[in-house]
Design a protein around this ligand. Structure first.
Ligand code: ACO
Length: 527
């Protein structure tokens, strides 16, 4: 039977056009819908300071972190991505055959060959759609951005067949005990990509910087933990930001010159700015850093009045000497304080409450920003997006928010679909640092085991969360999904199939694939 609700939603959503409707170059390609998943439990950073025996304020004030989400042994990268993809499909009333490309960005590697993308394909089985391009992309926290670029490029290419692309960024960010541990986190973000998007990529405006460094890497494939040189990673991050901003500005200047303008680009030309957020304080310092760039590249800055007031002593500093220069940092943090309040602070909601999610971090910031705006306020604005992945790879690009903010518009739907973020964050369960620490120990000992049955409580997971039920003797992982409405008879299962013809999921326990709730309606998942 034709699902009328699905058809209606399909017509309301942009993209997914029949091939016959395709023009020469689709317009306003970008992000149509965003879904965020984070674990249902967190550890409080003030309690963690006490537990770790560090001075009060080091994690909460020094790093700017309030809470850190973490996963029990019930969740892995596959389950995080299954959860966020299904949530996006359900809440937007999308059919799995409307997706022609699925890309995953992650650095949480549990298999050196099999991609997370192929695991997610289990959700597509019932639709019969196997014509789905894309696989996994990895380079620390940058993989999600590379995946997003692949998706946007596909929609703008001759390969596009008129369907949506779906991008998933997911990671479990965990560190060994020590100074890096409070900068962990976990979660996943799914993004629907297509034309006529409320957040459209600005053409030709990507400033990229890639370079070799051992600042953060994961050479031990048996450990979930990275090897980190914390200070070097901060220096690499800030130097990449300088370079990307410079390249971005050169490109926009060239565009403006072609249009006959010799205007100088500055932070004022961004309505909002979001950053990859390892911890919130680094983001605040990054905005200050961009102001330093504006100041140093200005031919004749006014230091008597306006934003550069009192910055004269820093006119001749060499940027490469200032990554850890306290005076420069303090002066430009002060000078950019208003800009931070207006353009960036509200993007840090998930980062402050859930921590660094690695690949989804910057997209969690984008979601946090959108969630806290009224559509008319954000309409027409340029959003700068800075993505950084250690090793290192970084890009600064910009999204243009659509002008149409009328009720029922794609922008209105996007904003309202994210409006439950704060409520969901607040509904999580607080776990003591001692139990968190035991949990980390358990993950250390068991995350790579075969013939393993996870121990973590299933009841504590948010409704609609996929979780691991067992790992068999051949390392094949099996999953089940917590029902959306606590009706345990509706539990959905995914088990490994040894032949392609075995039926997955189990028909007796399957969930309805496309529930009634469209984007923005909160009924489908009530965390
Ligand atoms: N009250 C208030 N602030 C305090 C207190 C206190 N009691 N104690 C310390 N602080 C401040 C410090 O002054 C410092 O602030 P500053 O950076 O403005 O000087 C801040 O708290 C952190 O203290 P440090 O001593 O610098 O922290 P430490 O060196 O122990 O660790 C680090 C910080 C390097 C970020 C570590 O957590 C880490 O290695 N994290 C992982 C790597 C990382 O996130 N890198 C960023 C980019 S790469 C990526 O995304 C993974």
């Amino acid at each position: 039977m034709v699902n009328m609700k699905f058809l209606l939603n399909l017509f309301k959503m942009p993209g997914s056009a029949p091939v016959s409707c395709l023009g020469p170059w689709p317009k306003d390609v970008g992000i149509i819908a965003i879904e965020v998943y984070f674990p249902s439990q967190f550890v409080d950073q003030a309690e963690l300071e006490q537990f770790d025996g560090v001075p009060a304020g080091k994690y909460t004030v020094g790093l700017g972190q309030a809470r850190m989400g973490f996963c029990s042994d019930r969740e892995d990268i596959n389950s995080l991505c299954l959860t966020v993809v299904q949530r996006l499909m359900e809440r937007n009333g999308l059919s799995y055959d409307s997706v022609g490309r699925l890309e995953v960005g992650t650095e949480t590697i549990i298999d050196k060959s099999k991609s997370v993308k192929t695991v997610i394909m289990q959700l597509f089985e019932e639709s019969g759609n196997t014509d789905v391009e894309g696989i996994d992309t990895t380079n620390a926290c940058y993989g999600g951005t590379a995946a997003l670029f692949n998706a946007v490029n596909w929609v703008e290419s001759s390969s596009w067949d008129g369907r949506y692309a779906l991008v998933v960024a997911g990671d479990i960010a965990v560190y060994a005990t020590g100074s890096a541990r409070p900068t962990g986190g976990a979660g996943a973000v799914a993004m629907l990509v297509g034309p006529n998007a409320p957040l459209a990529f600005e053409r030709g405006l990507r400033g990229t910087h890639m370079q070799h460094a051992y600042d953060f890497y994961k050479p031990d494939l048996v450990s979930e933990y990275p090897v980190v040189d914390g200070k070097l990673s901060i220096q690499c991050y800030l130097s990449a930001l300088d370079r990307c901003y410079s390249v971005y500005r050169n490109k926009i200047h060239a565009q403006w010159q072609r249009e006959g303008s010799d205007k100088l680009f500055s932070l004022d030309d961004f309505g909002y700015l979001v950053f990859h957020s390892p911890y919130c304080k680094l983001v605040q310092k990054s905005l200050a850093r961009l102001m330093l760039n504006d100041f140093l590249s200005h031919p004749n800055p006014n230091t008597e009045t306006g934003p550069f007031t009192g910055l004269d002593p820093f006119r001749d500093v060499c940027p490469e000497d200032t990554y850890f220069d306290r005076d420069v940092e303090k002066a430009f943090m002060k000078a950019s304080a208003d800009l931070f309040e207006k353009k960036t602070k509200c993007s840090l909601l998930i980062s402050n409450q859930n921590g660094n999610m690695y690949t989804p971090s910057v997209y969690g910031c984008l979601a946090s920003l959108i969630a806290q705006q009224v559509p008319s306020q954000i309409a027409g604005q340029r959003i700068g997006v800075f993505s950084y992945g250690s090793g290192f790879a970084a890009t600064l690009y910009s999204l243009r928010v659509t002008q149409d903010h009328t009720p029922g518009s794609v922008l209105d739907k996007l904003v309202s679909s994210l409006s439950d973020l704060k409520v969901r964050l607040d509904s999580r369960k607080k776990i003591s640092p001692a139990v968190f620490s035991e949990n980390m120990k358990l993950r250390e000992e068991t995350h790579h085991l075969a013939s393993y049955v996870p121990q973590g409580a299933v009841e504590d997971l948010f409704p609609g969360t996929w979780y691991m039920t067992r790992v068999d003797d051949k390392h094949r992982r099996e999953y089940a999904r917590r029902p959306l409405d606590n009706d345990l008879s509706a539990e959905q299962e995914l088990v490994h199939s040894s032949t392609a013809t075995e039926h997955i999921p189990s028909p007796a326990k399957k969930m309805p694939r496309i529930p009634a709730a469209p984007a923005g309606a909160e009924a489908a998942i009530s965390n």
